[in-house]
Design a protein around this ligand. Structure first.
Ligand SMILES: Cc1cc2nc3c(=O)[nH]c(=O)nc-3n(C[C@H](O)[C@H](O)[C@H](O)COP(=O)(O)OP(=O)(O)OC[C@H]3O[C@@H](n4cnc5c(N)ncnc54)[C@H](O)[C@@H]3O)c2cc1C
Length: 599
């Protein structure tokens, strides 16, 4: 044996699992196909929004939240309909993970992270507002807690723990190690086999070479797969595209780095792991092409407030409740039903200034850099600099003084001129007439007024209601919105310990195999069901990585105990785990009893 546990993938879930194992005294090999520059995976790029319930930040904003309300919302969004009460059902473990996750988000999530030095921006965001009935999809209240320091600040404590453990000899960080197979002996996963990729100076997020310089095979009683989803692999996205949404759009832009390649799903499947809910994915409908791309096809998501008008490719307003930030999946369905893979925001400078945020740590230098002065400048007139840069350089943006100019610009961006000025004007004028009273029949206008009753929305996220065609609110801005790939909601089915279940009829756990993070559908093979309430992906990595790491530590408790016994006799004194070339003899043969089964 080369270690007590092998973790595949050094994203957030892998780092959390590794640090939990190391804290329990286990020796871990953390394998990563990318160079060291990429440590932290997608989480480094993340905006850092976290779904949390009943927090001091919410209370300070006058938001009353509770675990019951959060669970009601989660169930309405997830809509678990694949035999959630049958142990063989695809939603059996998914729904149990969901329950455990909501409890975590309403319980120790905040205090645990706070104890690790993580802090949050005081204004809580309101993502996925739903727009249906109380027990339908959506967050009843704002719950999107933006991490101070964005995604990198969530990676930092776990990276630090992993590096400290590496310095102490308990963790071996092996970059450019791409796992191509899991080794299975008598039905038990007991290691990995793969290729050593040539050293690479590739900057974070950019393509790294796939040239192979060697091979490796490593063994451990526990293997944890934390390899992320499929969002960077358009072939896999198309292959698994849900039939209920019709054909996949011909053109999509890509919201994750290329390493989110989904290869490990099939590899774990070949080792006996059960894949479930593969047709559930979470892509965004407000994607814009990055004018300064890091990876190929790089798209950025606009995190929109509720006021922009949303039109389909032919210039017809999307029906209720497909308003910005209400129902990502429903809106995706509505857009694709038009036969086009894109849609339009028509909006004003005044709305853009207050309501356009861009997802991604690099698009929020103020939050990511923990720069209080720069962050406070968001309250000043004018859009944040990254949004202005998109307005100026972005291929999907049209800025104009008059609606006629705007429509001419929109029609230039598409192969055919599909927007008719008179028709678009009629719809906008109709909506603008609804602004004359404090009450209205237009559901989007109602939603804007409703949002303004929430303190945080009024201060930072929802523009004061105004007429789109009011020149004082201008210039007018149109944004062509592309479908942006991002998250994988299904994956390897795991029980509450993160053990991967098998393909046999009884779906017993595959001995030795664990999974966490996006590859495991963030727990259970799909704890989100069909839809997310947002901020639950990073949190899902934290929770499932922690649970899998702890369960794997329990499963290998006997090995550590055995090692201690050897140390007491002096025989193990010189056997500290250390990095070694693959062909050298094992530095630390594992004595002691067999692993106890994980609970
Ligand atoms: C721009 C952006 C913004 C986001 N914002 C938010 C947000 O605000 N809130 C939120 O909750 N979520 C957000 N997310 C989503 C969240 O960041 C991801 O879902 C999460 O970080 C996934 O973590 P992971 O550890 O499961 O996988 P990853 O981060 O994808 O890491 C997996 C690692 O495994 C490695 N790997 C894969 N296969 C192999 C192999 N065969 N051998 C060796 N190594 C392998 C990969 O190279 C990678 O480094 C955002 C994502 C992006 C890209």
């Amino acid at each position: 044996m080369d270690a007590d546990a092998i973790v595949i993938g050094a994203g957030l879930a892998g780092l959390v699992a590794t640090s939990e194992l190391a804290r329990a005294g286990r020796r871990v090999l953390l394998l990563e196909q990318e160079p060291e520059s990429n440590l932290g995976g997608q989480a480094f790029w993340a905006f850092g929004g976290l779904f949390m319930v009943g927090t001091p930040e919410q209370r300070r904003m006058g938001i009353k939240d509770s675990p019951e309300l959060a669970w009601q919302d989660w169930q309405g969004s997830a809509f678990f309909d694949r035999d959630p009460d049958d142990p063989a059902g695809e939603d059996y473990w998914a729904s149990r993970w969901a329950r455990a996750y909501v409890d975590f988000a309403a319980g120790e999530k905040r205090s645990w992270l706070h104890g690790l030095g993580v802090r949050w921006f005081p204004l809580v965001g309101w993502a996925e507002r739903g727009g249906y009935l109380a027990d339908g999809h959506g967050n009843s209240v704002p719950r999107f807690h933006v991490t101070w320091g964005s995604g990198p600040a969530l990676v930092a404590p776990f990276e630090q723990r992993a590096r400290e453990a590496a310095a102490g000899g308990r963790v071996g960080l092996r970059f450019r190690h791409r796992v191509d197979a899991l080794t299975v002996t008598a039905g038990t996963v007991d290691g990995v086999r793969g290729a050593i990729l040539e050293p690479s100076q590739a900057a974070r997020g950019t393509r790294s070479s796939r040239a192979v310089t060697g091979e490796f095979e490593l063994h451990a009683p526990v293997v944890i797969v934390t390899s992320g989803g499929i969002g960077g692999n358009l072939d896999l996205v198309r292959e698994n595209w849900p039939e209920r949404l019709g054909p996949a759009p011909e053109r999509m832009i890509i919201g994750v780095p290329e390493h989110v390649d989904g290869r490990m799903l099939a590899i774990a499947g070949r080792a006996g792991g059960r894949l479930v809910n593969s047709d559930r994915m979470w892509h965004y409908t407000e994607g814009v092409q990055n004018w300064d791309p890091i990876w190929a096809g790089h798209g950025i998501r606009i995190l929109p407030g509720p006021s922009s008008l949303w039109f389909d490719a032919r210039g017809q307003r999307l029906p209720a409740p497909h308003f910005p930030g209400f129902d990502s999946l429903g809106t995706l369905g509505a857009i694709l039903a038009t036969g086009f893979g894109y849609s339009w925001f028509v909006t004003t400078q005044k709305i853009v200034e207050k309501e356009f945020a861009l997802s991604g740590s690099e698009q929020n230098p103020d939050l990511t850099g923990k720069d209080i002065k720069l962050t406070l400048s968001r309250a000043r007139p004018g859009a944040p600099a990254p949004v202005e840069a998109f307005k100026r350089h972005g291929a999907d943006f049209v800025v104009a003084k008059t609606l006629a100019e705007l429509v001419a610009g929109m029609n230039k961006l598409t192969p055919e001129p599909l927007i008719e000025l008179a028709d678009l004007e009629r719809q906008i004028v109709a909506r603008d007439r609804e602004m004359d009273n404090p009450f209205t029949k237009d559901l989007q206008v109602m939603a804007i007024r409703n949002a303004r009753r929430s303190r945080g929305e009024r201060i930072a996220r929802t523009a004061a209601p105004h007429k789109i065609l009011d020149p004082k609110a201008g210039p007018l801005i149109a944004v062509r919105l592309n479908i942006l790939t991002r998250k994988t909601l299904g994956g390897l089915q795991t029980d509450l310990s993160g053990r991967v279940l098998g393909q046999s009829q009884a779906h017993e756990p595959v001995p030795g195999l664990f999974a966490a993070g996006e590859v495991a559908g963030f727990g259970g093979g799909g704890m989100h069901g069909y839809r997310s309430l947002e901020g639950s992906f990073l949190g899902g990595c934290l929770f499932s990585g922690r649970e899998a790491g702890r369960a794997a530590a329990r499963a290998t408790a006997g090995l550590a105990a055995g090692r201690q016994a050897v140390r007491r006799t002096g025989a193990g004194a010189a056997r500290r785990w250390r990095r070694r070339p693959p062909s050298s003899p094992s530095p630390c043969p594992v004595p002691g009893p067999q692993a106890a089964p994980p609970r």
